[in-house]
Design a binder for this molecule. Sequence first.
Ligand code: PBG
Length: 320
Amino acid sequence: MFPRIRLRRLRRTPLIRDMVRETTLTKKDLIYPMFIIEGKTQAIASMPGIFRLSINDAIEEVKEIVELGIPAIILFGIPKKKDKLATQAYAKEGIIQRAVRAIKDEVGDNLVVITDVCLCEYMDHGHCGIVKGNEILNDPTLELLAKTAVSHAEAGADIVAPSDMMDGRVKAIREALDEEGFENVAIMSYSAKYASSFYSPFREAADSAPAFGDRKSYQMDIGNAEEALREVALDIEEGADIVMVKPALAYLDVIYRIKKTFGMPTAAYNVSGEYAMIKAAAERNLIDEKAIVYETLLSIKRAGADLILTYFAKEVAGWI
Ligand code: PBG
């Protein structure tokens, strides 16, 4: 008891504080999301510093990413042509398939290439599954997701990351990958993905806003945490290698519970809205961007995440 115990003793100097810091952020924690567009590179108004990159520009960027020491990227495709069966999601010459081949040619095993497996960017209606009337069909969608994942693996992806929230998709993808001889391609599942309002800048970036309705019949209700545990348990049973919580900041409790309960490699997605808010406040000089970003990412790690998908990855890697 005080005065014998004084916790301030270990806060006295920067070195002592460093020695007893429980959580640290390292480059190896970071995954950098990239948008690849068919055509010329374009800026994204709501996400300063992030671009929709042509394949050529993406190759320049991955060289920089390897140099910075960031271990992984996750790719999102923006195709020229969208339709009702998302055919460009699994086309051999689709934007992601071409991008993965080109990037892997350049970097080999010096960079882990993860691909987002979803159909919303490739569907003319912007939903993550096949639509019938106003319904998003679950089971018929699984086949397209599995095809998409296999086509990414064929192109050279190391990890596929289903973000659609259809039931049973991890199993469908695992089986399809194994059948095609890709038993060593891992699955990072967006297990607890919420129907969040924090995705709106992404939907501008990926041109994937739903043309009608919303995603609440497949993405999780924002009030639920117990259900997140059930989602994760099922994904692990179905063969997920890494589980993910998305978004990150408003769901730190969910990250904490999932890491504690399952002890799985756990990722958290620091999403577009979280990025845009910090950038907007920093542009107005309302906050110290560097300090806020560091504190934010550290909180996500402290909650239990092993990996953080973040648009800040390049900036942060430059500081560490
Ligand atoms: C695709 C997908 C989305 C995000 C990642 N994959 C958008 C959505 O579900 O509407 C969001 C990422 C972000 O906001 O940064 N389904």
